[in-house]
Design a binder for this molecule. Structure first.
Ligand SMILES: Cc1cc2nc3c(=O)[nH]c(=O)nc-3n(C[C@H](O)[C@H](O)[C@H](O)COP(=O)(O)OP(=O)(O)OC[C@H]3O[C@@H](n4cnc5c(N)ncnc54)[C@H](O)[C@@H]3O)c2cc1C
Length: 517
């Protein structure tokens, strides 16, 4: 729709809003009658916060455009002239509209999940679907009479959550594998032998998938939960190169998954690697359904998990008010309520920023005496500028309490305990590598992180279990032909860019290994 001034456009938007219409994108000239493009966008986002924002600028307006990235969350600015549009305008709009469509629910005729808001089983189903970019709509039996009636219909009430598909299929309390099969995700391999099998499809695994498949290796990725890994749970990654406005972990995961598949990698989802054995020169990976996949080279890219919060009362409330990781799908349910974030690293800071959009108050609990020790300055600045976030230093959680869901939290600060009402507790502490499935096969450090390349040298001597004359390649483990990349490695920088880079670098050493194996 076109408007010849900012005022006219705002009038149109108000009409659209009153009709319940959706707006996908604003394309706005910075120089307009009545108000500037940035001023228009500031008003427009109040009406349609999810719409994408593109500013058309002249060379002289570049500073205004860069400022608008922060002020109004500008998605893109286009320098005038933007001819030919096929090259400069349409691809930008296509990309933004695709993102918008992925995030904003369309009119509904898709998968329905019927369950209870505070049920951990319902959360697991919602989290699995949303992290795998399977659109669904959730209906809470406690507040939605129709949903309650559907769940209660039949001889016996349905075991919740109940997942209903457009073709009429009903799944009661399904596990991830069954859900994945019905939602159209690939769960079985097309062959049982590959050049490269990658276990884990986080940034490191996806990086390896893209490079391996594009460089001619028959490549399969095995992912037990959802592609994107920890990064996929991040509400906004601001430091990944090429995304000046930041990118949500979900978007990055979606883009990388599409890219890896387009280049020919197979991605098996809801499938877990439970063991590996070597029958030289073949590596054989056992999956949790008993399938065996053999390969010439194996890459372990299984990342790590944040540790559990070990305080009285926590265990039964996990998934019922206590969340590990950002739990993006839950944030919106905390509108106006008080929530706590535990941790002092970037992941905790990002979660606090995301939650502050919905929650009444966000209280960040940090064990140490400063945020600077673990958090990037840009996040510290954003937190300081967000009025509904409070940071409590030198504070830890001493206990939690609740019935069906979390209700209270007890804090300990300088020897004094304080109990407060709490609707949600989001935890970002400590790390545990996912390497148990190769325990006893590859060398690990005492915490279980995998040793690779030069880590395997002690005082200049090779690791006792290394069998070859040559030194291990960079990212190669103590077993020739088995490589590791990303957060599961010992002594690694835990960043998205670093994981992606290691996935790519691992592939080049895998080529080297395959040439000589
Ligand atoms: C909330 C949050 C926010 C973050 N924000 C940023 C940020 O802004 N910038 C930044 O640079 N970094 C950020 N990080 C860190 C970054 O996400 C990680 O460094 C990165 O994801 C590591 O990638 P990875 O591929 O090594 O491991 P992961 O991302 O952990 O992926 C490993 C994958 O392997 C799968 N897996 C594990 N075991 C098995 C098995 N046996 N079989 C099959 N699959 C298995 C897991 O399900 C997972 O999907 C953030 C982390 C978190 C948790």
């Amino acid at each position: 729709m076109r408007a010849s001034s900012g005022g006219e456009a705002l009038e149109t938007l108000r009409e659209l809003q009153s009709r319940g219409d959706a707006v996908a994108a604003f394309v706005v000239d910075q120089r307009m009658p009545e108000m500037s493009g940035t001023e228009f966008l500031m008003n427009a986002v109040e009406l349609f916060p999810d719409a994408k924002k593109v500013l058309l600028t002249a060379y002289a307006d570049t500073d205004a455009a860069i400022a608008a990235i922060n002020d109004v969350g500008l998605d893109h600015y286009l320098m005038k002239p933007w001819d030919p549009p096929e090259e400069h305008l349409y691809p930008v709009l296509d990309d933004l509209l695709e993102d918008w469509q992925a995030d904003v629910p369309a009119p509904y005729d898709g998968i329905r999940v019927i369950g209870a808001r505070w049920s951990p089983d319902s959360y697991e189903v919602k989290d699995f679907l949303s992290r795998n970019q399977v659109p669904y709509r959730f209906f809470d039996v406690e507040t939605d009479h129709d949903a309650k009636a559907i769940a209660a219909a039949g001889d016996q009430p349905a075991a919740l959550p109940l997942v209903m598909f457009p073709d009429g299929t009903r799944l009661e309390r399904p596990d991830n594998r069954i859900l994945a099969d019905h939602a159209g995700l690939q769960t079985a391999p097309t062959t049982n032998h590959y050049d490269l099998v990658v276990v884990g499809a986080g940034p490191a695994g996806l990086g390896a998938g893209v490079y391996g498949a594009s460089e001619g290796l028959r490549t399969a990725l095995i992912e037990r939960q959802a592609t994107g890994g920890q990064a996929g749970t991040s509400s906004r990654i601001e430091n990944y190169l090429g995304f000046p406005k930041g990118i949500s972990g979900g978007d990055l995961a979606r883009r990388a998954t599409v890219q890896a598949k387009r280049l020919g990698a197979e991605i098996l989802t809801a499938v877990e690697a439970t063991g590996v054995r070597v029958e030289e020169p073949t590596k054989i990976v056992t999956l949790n359904d008993g399938t065996e996949l053999s390969c010439r080279a194996l890459l372990i890219a299984t990342g790590m998990t944040i540790r559990n919060l070990d305080v009285p009362g926590a265990e039964p409330l996990i998934g019922a008010g206590i969340w590990y990781g950002a739990a993006v799908s839950e944030a919106v349910t905390y509108r106006g309520e008080d929530v706590f974030v535990v941790g002092g690293a970037n992941s905790a800071g990002q979660a606090a920023m995301m939650l502050s959009k919905y929650a009444g108050k966000v209280i960040v609990l940090v064990r140490g005496g400063s945020l600077e020790a673990g958090m990037s300055q840009y996040l510290i600045d954003q937190i300081a500028a967000t009025p509904n976030i409070t940071v409590r230093l030198n504070t830890k959680v001493a206990g939690v309490a609740g019935g069906a869901h979390l209700e209270q939290i007890t804090l300990l600060s300088e020897g004094i305990e304080q109990t407060l009402d709490a609707a949600g507790l989001f935890i970002f502490i400590g790390a545990r590598p996912h390497s148990d499935f190769v325990e006893g096969l590859v060398a690990r450090d005492k915490r279980g992180f995998i040793l690779t390349g030069t880590d395997l040298q002690v005082d200049g001597a090779r690791h006792p279990s290394w069998p070859l004359e040559r030194d291990p390649y960079l990212l190669e483990t103590s077993v020739p032909g088995i490589f590791a990349a990303g957060d599961v490695r010992a002594n690694v920088i835990r960043r998205v860019a670093s994981a992606v880079g290691q996935g790519a670098v691992a592939v080049s050493f895998i080529h080297k290994y395959l040439e000589t194996a």
